[in-house]
Design a protein around this ligand. Structure first.
Ligand code: IPE
Ligand code: IPE
Ligand code: MG
Length: 235
């Protein structure tokens, strides 16, 4: 069966889900955080090795202060509730995005979780926070330019790998399957380099409604796709 090692999810629709139930948007984010646990466990059981979750984009700062503050406190909630279980299951917490711009307390909670789980070899649960693909590429280009300037690298030596290795995702394989919940069909600045040959699936369920069964269906659908990578199918 075709392996689905790396699944990336755009966890969308929390706010609309809550509003439709007469609750504030933040109530949707809380249920969404609880669902991170459920879906990480399910992904692990389905054989996924890397699960990258879009938690906060570089554009999400445009939201109200109240909503941003709430979202910045969610990692503390998530790890307080579920870190023990994540550790028991062998999960390793990893981070992508520009952590330097996060509130100090949020950054500490995230770095502590990554540090505490660093020797685990099970599922890599990768949290994309203050993540924007263009910003990630900008930071990568800057680091490569600095190496050139320092005389450590010649422009002719820049390969695709030089770029991959300068991205936040340098330790992870490319994305196999990208899922977006809540029916929107766009990428919203997520993993542009890493999804070059990913299969894309857009599901109508909002993130709080996204169940292990829906995930299993997405992975099942993925196994029927014909990934040609620019070549031709071998029959
Ligand atoms: C996804 O849900 C979570 C974040 C972007 C932080 P939204 O908050 O975008 O919910 P909708 O899309 O407005 O319903
Ligand atoms: C993408 O969702 C970001 C996250 C899920 C964290 P958004 O809700 O911010 O994206 P747009 O604004 O609909 O494109
Ligand atoms: Mg949204």
């Amino acid at each position: 069966m075709k392996e689905c090692r790396h699944v990336a999810i755009i966890m969308d629709g929390n706010g609309r889900w809550a509003k439709a139930k007469g609750m504030p948007r933040t109530a949707g984010h809380k249920v969404g955080a609880d669902n991170v646990r459920t879906i990480a466990i399910a992904a692990n059981e389905l054989g996924v090795k890397y699960l990258t979750l879009y938690a906060f984009s570089t554009e999400n700062w445009k939201r109200s202060n109240d909503e941003v503050n709430y979202l910045m406190k969610l990692p503390a909630y998530l790890f307080k509730m579920y870190m023990k279980e994540f550790l028991e299951r062998g999960f390793r917490i990893r981070l992508i995005g520009d952590l330097s711009a996060l509130p100090e307390a949020t950054r500490k909670v995230l770095l502590d979780a990554a540090d505490e789980s660093k020797d685990n070899t099970g599922l890599s649960l990768i949290i994309a926070i203050n993540y924007g693909s263009r910003d990630e590429i900008r930071r990568a280009v800057k680091s490569i330019a600095e190496k050139v300037k320092a005389g450590e690298l010649e422009p002719e030596e820049i390969e695709e790998e030089t770029i991959s290795d300068a991205l936040d995702t340098r330790d992870f394989p490319d994305v196999d399957l990208l899922i977006r919940t809540s029916g929107e069909q766009r990428i919203s600045n997520y993993l542009l380099w890493q999804i070059a040959y990913a299969e894309l699936e857009f599901v109508p369920e909002s993130w709080p409604e996204f169940t292990p069964e829906v995930l299993a269906r997405c992975i099942e659908e993925y196994t029927h796709r014909d990934r040609r990578f620019g070549g031709v199918t071998n029959e």
